[in-house]
Design a protein around this ligand. Structure first.
Ligand SMILES: Cc1ncc(C[n+]2csc(CCOP(=O)(O)OP(=O)(O)O)c2C)c(N)n1
Length: 382
């Protein structure tokens, strides 16, 4: 295994020496194997040593609930209630493990698949559905939850996060920004520009790449001849590569990165190696580009099942705890469904309202054309 870069370990609270260089190799760090057995790691263990059964149960609950939300949303799409859904099935540990490290005052910038992150940030479940039901141009008030609405332009949010982080730095705040993006996004200019900018200004930003193995139908190996985490050190950004289906490894890596950003140590890149078990979106048929055997092999690495095995083996997941988690998950699914169906449909002509700060004749003409078009149907529009 090659050792590529050195970076300072910032947290002396957890037993390390502050600023002591720690070699990072780009093997995948794993603290919990697929059978739910703890694996030792001298550095990363320090960062999760405080997680007892209560904390692990909370992470387990978040993962079960977000998977349930995902299932319900997929069903709503199949029933024609929303236009599209990008499932997060299989990526729960990467999303929950990282998002739960953050404080309320931090700010998150994601693409479209980070429903579990949104849940952890406190996005209301009906707002989570609004964009997909087409009743809002985006979903929620970013400032209410510390999370921007989804960026569908691949990689754009990494620049937004870097700019936001530079703002925090200039304000003298210790808030950090996090950019979530996929493996495919790392081939975009925006992501590379963001890395240069963040390194140059030592911006307090965490680049969190969920390598879920595919950019729609393109396998990651096509664009990455080496581990994606290898790229960041070339920009001057230290990086880590962790098993993204291992909520403990993800939590440890995120704590290292966030501590560093908060304490003035600059950006960090995390590659969470995971797998998108479902389709890219509900419009996609993954059987056209990947073998079922591959899916089966990743199913054996399921992020929820392995934490369940650990908790069971330690006697921390009894029937009462299991029933509680199931009821929270069912209640969340019911809120998703009821909230989605109750979203008020916007006036069709409101489509034109937020396009420009000041209307102009071309826009007015389009509005009038659309109004006449709608008038051909029962009821018309205002
Ligand atoms: C700038 C840009 N180019 C192309 C697309 C079309 N597109 C949508 S999703 C996607 C793949 C993204 O893959 P990845 O970054 O790995 O994220 P994932 O969907 O796997 O979470 C592409 C190319 C887009 N939305 N934006």
């Amino acid at each position: 295994m090659e050792t590529h870069t050195q970076f300072p370990q910032d947290s002396d609270e957890r037993g390390g020496d502050a600023r002591e260089p720690v070699p990072v190799d780009h093997g995948c760090v794993q603290l919990l194997d697929p059978d739910g057995v703890r694996q030792e790691d001298a550095l990363y263990d320090l960062f999760v040593a405080d997680l007892g059964h209560a904390e692990l149960l909370a992470l387990y609950e978040d993962m079960v609930v977000t998977r349930r939300i995902d299932t319900e949303a997929t069903a709503l799409q199949r029933q024609g209630e929303i236009g599209l859904w990008p499932p997060s099935l299989g990526q729960e540990a990467a999303q929950v493990g990282s998002a739960r490290v953050l404080r309320r005052g931090d700010f998150v910038f994601t693409s479209y698949r980070e429903q579990a992150v949104a849940y952890c940030r406190g996005v209301e479940l009906d707002q989570l559905m609004a964009m997909w039901r087409g009743t809002a141009l985006s979903g929620w008030d970013p400032f209410a939850v510390g999370m921007a609405t989804p960026a569908v332009i691949i990689g754009a949010q990494t620049l937004h996060a870097t700019g936001y982080a530079m703002g925090c730095q200039r304000d003298g705040s210790d808030a950090v920004a996090v950019a979530y993006f996929g493996d495919g996004a790392t081939s975009q200019g925006d992501v590379n520009e963001a890395l240069v900018l963040a390194a140059s200004f030592q911006a307090p930003v965490v680049f969190f790449c969920q390598n879920n193995q595919y950019a729609i139908s393109e396998p990651v190996g096509l664009q990455a001849q080496r581990p994606i985490a290898d790229r960041a050190p070339g920009f001057g950004v230290p990086s880590m590569r962790v098993d993204g289906n291992d909520v403990l490894a993800v939590t440890a890596a995120m704590r290292i990165a966030v501590d560093r950003a908060r304490s003035g140590g600059g950006p960090t890149f995390i590659e969470a190696v995971t797998y998108r078990m479902g389709p890219h979106t509900t419009s996609d048929d993954p059987t056209r580009y990947r073998d079922e055997s591959e899916v089966v092999s990743w199913r054996a690495k399921d992020p929820i099942a392995r934490l369940e095995r650990l908790l069971e083996s330690e006697g921390a997941l009894d029937e009462t705890a299991r029933a509680h988690v199931a009821s929270v998950a069912d209640a969340a699914a019911a809120r998703v469904r009821a909230g989605c169906l109750a979203l008020p449909a916007p006036d069709p002509l409101s489509l034109f309202d937020e396009v420009y700060a000041t209307a102009h004749p071309g826009l007015e003409r389009q509005r009038e054309e659309y109004r006449s078009y709608l008038a051909m149907f029962d009821g018309g529009a205002r």
